[in-house]
Design a protein around this ligand. Structure first.
Ligand SMILES: Cc1cc2nc3c(=O)[nH]c(=O)nc-3n(C[C@H](O)[C@H](O)[C@H](O)COP(=O)(O)OP(=O)(O)OC[C@H]3O[C@@H](n4cnc5c(N)ncnc54)[C@H](O)[C@@H]3O)c2cc1C
Length: 440
């Protein structure tokens, strides 16, 4: 079964993961089509920002798109006047990904299709339905659709348009503009990297009002700083026991500093994650993840100093607490927040509330049409934690045939698979696996 649009490989999702894979396939002489439905070709969610204040949270020397070519992005950044140990603007990294893709396209090994895939099925080969009415066919199918939008917060149900569900969408940009004009208060729910992005956007837009950021623990991402690395061998680490691993991390942090201790786990993090049983992985997500995330995914020092300045000026308040209820009020929302340790809630008025809680949610309940079609047909299964898709050790979907998943979709299996240094390794391995499979 062939359509007018027929390819050896169809990659759904044209963000960083899909782009890097298309480039890896091109290097192996394998033609692919990159299907991007959000108008963010080669940039995806992270690198389509146009905000100069949004910096990478990994040093330029760590951001090469190609495994085994560590200087590939650093050289590009240096040519623009940056330093290899510096933090580039995310939009520059987006341009870099664009150039990589362009190389594959101009060499005839990749094609870009601006459309959303709405369903896929396999009958000997893959057949993918697009929202423009076309169908494409392929031998292999790769899902690189990234994170899904955060789930709506139940406590804000029915409060109207002042709750911003997607912090990077048009709605968010309009809210930032309005807040900058009025100087009104913004409430950010979640205190991780997404919250930092919104704070930077507000500051860059000239907002001078108050920003309140709230999460259960009120932990915010820590800053990068130079440190002496203290690498460890796998044999030195407690395997298969979260409690012991946590104790090891504390002890090691006291000895060599927390940055060196946390980063020493990097080469082992996927193996450590896989050594934990389901109950321990769940315990990690519930209790340890907030601490891990803020120490592991650090922000550029320039960004940290902006955040520190806003806190010192009293413009940003970070609070540990829980949102109890919310209702519409004149010019915004009244939100009841119970601070951690407080006996009762206090009411905060804000013009807008932004959902910065991030994407971790139940895959089995996804409303994404493409995933739904594949899950319902049994070609995909949620992973055991239900935070992504079940894949094997080659990132092949469990239940599917010639079907791979890349990036955040596979975090149930790998956990540390959202940053470019991890995604590029996975993309190289998947490209190799596809090459083997298609030649077989
Ligand atoms: C704000 C932010 C900042 C980050 N900063 C860094 C950093 O500094 N350094 C680092 O290493 N990592 C960073 N990351 C992490 C990492 O790089 C991203 O998670 C990575 O971009 C994931 O890429 P992706 O292509 O898998 O997903 P995405 O970037 O989400 O791309 C998926 C693409 O698929 C498209 N799509 C979805 N469904 C369909 C469909 N049905 N049909 C067609 N297209 C579809 C979407 O429009 C989207 O463009 C950051 C992440 C975020 C969110």
């Amino acid at each position: 079964m062939k359509s007018d649009r027929d390819y050896p490989v169809a990659i759904i999702g044209g963000g960083a993961s899909g782009t890097i894979l298309a480039a890896q396939l091109a290097r192996r002489g394998i033609r692919s089509v990159l299907v991007e439905g959000g108008g963010r070709v080669a940039r995806g969610a992270a690198y389509s920002t146009t905000e100069p204040a949004h910096l990478l949270n990994v040093r330029a020397e760590g951001m090469s798109a190609f495994a085994g070519e560590p200087d590939h992005f650093a050289r590009r950044f240096e040519a623009e006047g940056g330093e290899r140990r510096g933090f580039a603007e995310r939009r520059l990294f987006g341009r870099y990904l664009g150039e990589i893709l362009e190389e594959a396209v101009s060499g005839g090994a990749a094609e870009v299709l601006a459309a959303s895939a709405t369903s896929a099925s396999r009958n000997g080969r893959w057949s993918v339905q697009l929202d423009n009415g076309e169908t494409l066919t392929s031998d292999a199918l790769v899902l690189a659709i990234g994170n899904q939008e955060p789930e709506p917060l139940r406590v804000f149900a029915g409060v109207g348009g002042r709750i911003v569900g997607n912090p990077w969408g048009d709605e968010a940009r309009a809210a930032v503009r309005d807040l900058a004009e009025t100087g009104a208060t913004a409430l950010l729910i979640g205190t991780g990297l997404t919250m930092i992005d919104v704070v930077l956007s507000l500051d860059a837009a000239g907002h001078t009002g108050k920003i309140v950021a709230v999460s259960r623990r009120g932990q915010i991402p820590r800053s990068h700083a130079d440190f002496e690395p203290a690498p460890v061998e796998r044999q030195q680490l407690p395997v298969g026991n979260l409690r012991q691993l946590w104790r090891w991390l504390r002890r090691r942090s006291a000895e060599v500093g927390w940055r060196a201790a946390v980063d020493s786990l990097r080469p082992h993090s996927q193996a450590l994650w896989q050594s934990l049983d389901d109950a321990q992985q769940r315990r990690f997500l519930r209790h340890a993840r907030p601490w891990w995330d803020v120490h592991r995914h650090r922000i550029a020092p320039q960004v940290a100093s902006t955040v520190a300045r806003l806190i010192a000026e009293g413009r940003l308040e970070v609070m540990a607490g829980r949102i109890v209820s919310a209702r519409q009020a004149a010019d915004g929302l009244d939100v009841d927040i119970r601070r951690r340790g407080a006996a009762s809630a206090g009411t905060y008025h804000c013009a807008y509330a932004f959902n910065c809680t991030g994407p971790l949610h139940a895959m089995s309940h996804t409303r994404d049409a493409l995933l739904r079609s594949l899950l319902d047909a049994g070609a995909l299964r949620p992973d055991r934690l239900d935070i992504g898709l079940a894949v094997d050790d080659r990132s092949r979907a469990v239940g599917g045939e010639r079907l791979w998943a890349l990036g955040p979709l596979t975090k149930g299996r790998y956990w540390e698979i959202v940053a470019v240094p991890d995604i590029r390794e996975q993309a190289a391995e998947v490209a190799e696996d596809i090459a083997r499979e298609l030649k077989a």
